[in-house]
Structures are given as structure tokens and as C-alpha cells.
Ligand binder design. Structure first.
Ligand SMILES: *Cc1c(COP(=O)(O)O)cnc(C)c1O
Length: 386
């Protein structure tokens, strides 16, 4: 009988895995082979070749990632930016128009603000909290609308139901970067988005040891994006595929733990006199708290905050904290801390950052899997010496 695969945790372990097992191995082996014996494929994209994203290690991930968001199809890519770039270059030709949330991951913002326009694609940034304003930006050539589940680094939650409705009504492709939520906290395709994108570098892999990306969604769209990715060359290599699949197996236990620790840490910072502001959607004071409760199964492992002493205090705090490592990136087992102004959002001008509400002294924290009490004790001490 076929294996029973229903719940999220079961899917993470078993969905997409070969049946029967290969030589009885409980893990899918790494197929370290660039090319495969010709078996009569008539279409170039059906030839088995690593760049064409169709080796057995790719196939397992595609089926597993689709299952996690109850989607028709998925595609892994060499990085999150490869997933984002391949998706937009597939959907938007010169003369096309994109609507995108203003506050975005720095690399995405850079791509939208500079690179897409240089290819003849128009981009308008919208306030995701003001649905009435979206219609005014709509044009006859508008093709897609792009948002993030939890914005980086302010953890805003757009009105995701309104975005999906707006896209359907105006026949736009709705795209969401679901990296910060992961399918544990939000299943974007099941919710109604056409495409859910991930930097699999973050929660999906979760161990800070590879760079990878994923596109999840409608089968026809994913197939078109795969064709483009095959030609752009952004394939994930089989060893990284293996590591990503290994990381995925613990996604649910990791993210649930990180949800719990981050909420405790957000409460700690919120009551501390040296902290002026904490951005975490799990806090009642967060402007999108109720929406986050409605939409998400957890608030995620990332929060950001500002200290009374501004940039200098932030620098001292980062230097004084001993458990976290000061590094960009997020979503892994290690707690990472950094200032977006000099790392993830350094590609934006100071003006662009100010407009997006990102203060130079803002600190972003990605909570890992260390003992939560150790982290809080460490932060308490670091704040005392800051
Ligand atoms: C990191 C990140 C990306 C880019 O992913 P890479 O894997 O570094 O290319 C895109 N979106 C979000 C929200 C991210 O955090």
C-alpha cells in the first residue's frame, strides 16, 4: 500500500520521496551526475541534465515543496534572488508594468527599482495598507502584483486577502515572497496566491549552509518559469538539493520553536526601558497584530527593534551580545543579529530607507535554536553595558 502522507510534518519527511526506496536507502541519494542516458525525449527541456532542473534530486524537492503549500507545482533555484528574477523575467516583457509593495527585501527592491526599469519594465511601488490607492496605479499593461508575507525588517503584514482579490479582479498574477513565514506559518498558494517565492537559504533549509530558492504555485506558470530558469542557468546543484531536502525534514519543529522563542524575546525587549520600539507581529501593539493572528499560524522567528541610544547604542549592543553572531541572513539554527542599514538594506539610498521607515539604528534579530533563556540573559546583560 502507498504510504499515508497527510499532515504537514509527514509531508516534510515523505512527500516526493521515491517509492520504492532506492536500494532501500531511507534518504534519497545524491545523484552526482551532470547528464543522464538519453531516453527519447523530444523536447530540449525534457533531457535529463542538472541545468534543466530535472534530476532525481530536483524531482523530490519539487514534489515536496508543492505538497507543503498544497500547490500544483514547484521549482528549486540556485538562490532566492534567482527564483525572484526568473519569475519576474518570465511574467514581464518590455512594456509591462508591475505593482510592488514599497518595503521589500533589499535585493528585490534594488531589482525592481533599477534593473527591471532598465529592461523596459515599469514598476510602481504601492502602500499595501491602502487598497483604495492600488487602483489609481493600475494601467492597461499591469501584469502582476508583488508583496511579502512579513516585510523585512519591519515585519509588516499586508492585507493579503485584499491583494488576492484585487489580483483576481484585475487579472493580475499575484506573487508573494513567503520566505519569512515559511509554509509552517502561512501556505500562500492554498490561500490564493498564484505564486509563492522563497529564499530557501532561510527557513526551508534552516542551517545557514547553502543558498537556494524556490517558486511554488500554478503548474503552467511554474513550467514557464522553469523554462526561463533553464536558459538563465540558475539551477541548484544536486548536493545542495540533498542538503535542502535534509533541512526541510525538520522545518516544522524548527519554526514552531523559533515562533515561541521570538515571542518571548519580543516581550522581553518590549518591557525594557532602553528599547524604544519593537517590531514583531506577535505583540499586541504591532499595527498588524490582529491581521497576523487571522492569517498566520505563527509570527515567525525574526524581530527588529530600536534602542534609546540610536546607532551608537545599537553598535555596542551587537558587539556586547555573545550568543548571536553578527551576520546578515536569517531563518537558520544560529541566532543572527545585524543592522539592516549597513547590510540587507545597504543597497537602498538613505532617502529610500527613511521612506520605508528603516532607521539607521534599527537592529534585526533572527532567533535561532539556542536556549531561549540564554538569549534573554545575554540581551539583558548586553543592554546594561550598552
Ligand atoms: C534572503 C532573502 C531573499 C534573497 O534570497 P537569497 O537566497 O539570498 O538569494 C529574498 N527575499 C527575502 C525575504 C529574503 O529574506
Amino acid at each position: 500500500m502507498a504510504r499515508l502522507i497527510k499532515g504537514m510534518d509527514t509531508k516534510l519527511i515523505h512527500a516526493g520521496e521515491p517509492e520504492p526506496l532506492i536500494a532501500g536507502a531511507v534518504n534519497t541519494p545524491i545523484f552526482q551526475s551532470s547528464t543522464f542516458e538519453y531516453s527519447g525525449a523530444a523536447d530540449y527541456h525534457q533531457l535529463r541534465y542538472i541545468r534543466l532542473n530535472n534530476t532525481p534530486n530536483h524531482d523530490v524537492l519539487h514534489a515536496k515543496l508543492a505538497a507543503l503549500e498544497n500547490a500544483e507545482a514547484a521549482l528549486v533555484c540556485s538562490s532566492g534572488m534567482a527564483a525572484i528574477a526568473a519569475t519576474l523575467l518570465t511574467l514581464l516583457a518590455p512594456g509591462g508594468h508591475l505593482l510592488a509593495q514599497e518595503c521589500l527585501y533589499g535585493g528585490t527592491h534594488d531589482l525592481f527599482a533599477r534593473d527591471l526599469p532598465s529592461l523596459g519594465v515599469e514598476v510602481d511601488f504601492i502602500d499595501p495598507d491602502d487598497p483604495d490607492s492600488w487602483r489609481a496605479h493600475l494601467k492597461s499593461n499591469t501584469r502582476a502584483i508583488y508583496v511579502e508575507t512579513l516585510s523585512n525588517p519591519l515585519l509588516q503584514v499586508p492585507d493579503l486577502a485584499a491583494i488576492v482579490d484585487f489580483a483576481r479582479h484585475h487579472r493580475l498574477t499575484s506573487i508573494i515572497d513567503n520566505t519569512f513565514a515559511s509554509p509552517i506559518n502561512f501556505r500562500a498558494v492554498e490561500f490564493g496566491f498564484d505564486l509563492s517565492l522563497h529564499s530557501a537559504t532561510k527557513y526551508l533549509n534552516g542551517h545557514d549552509d547553502i543558498v537556494a530558492g524556490a517558486v511554488v504555485g500554478n503548474a503552467e506558470l511554474v513550467s514557464n518559469i522553469r523554462r526561463k530558469l533553464n536558459l538563465l542557468g540558475g539551477a541548484l546543484d544536486p548536493h545542495a538539493c540533498f542538503l535542502l531536502n535534509r533541512g526541510l525534514k525538520t522545518l516544522a519543529v524548527r519554526v514552531r520553536h523559533q515562533n515561541e522563542s521570538a515571542l518571548k524575546i519580543a516581550h522581553f525587549f518590549e518591557q525594557h526601558p532602553a528599547v524604544t520600539r519593537v517590531n514583531y507581529p506577535g505583540l499586541e501593539g504591532h499595527p498588524h497584530h490582529l491581521r497576523a493572528c487571522e492569517l498566520l499560524d505563527g509570527f515567525g522567528g525574526v524581530l527588529s527593534f530600536e534602542l534609546t541610544g540610536g546607532v551608537e547604542a545599537a553598535e555596542r549592543f551587537i558587539a556586547n551580545a555573545t550568543v548571536p553572531t553578527s551576520a546578515p541572513s536569517l531563518g537558520g539554527v544560529h541566532t543572527l543579529i545585524m543592522r539592516p542599514a549597513v547590510t540587507s538594506h545597504a543597497g537602498m539610498s538613505r532617502d529610500e530607507r527613511a521612506r520605508a521607515g528603516i532607521a539607521d539604528g534599527l537592529i534585526r534579530l533572527s532567533v535561532g535554536l539556542e536556549t531561549c533563556e540564554d538569549l534573554i540573559e545575554d540581551f539583558e546583560r548586553a543592554l546594561r553595558c550598552s
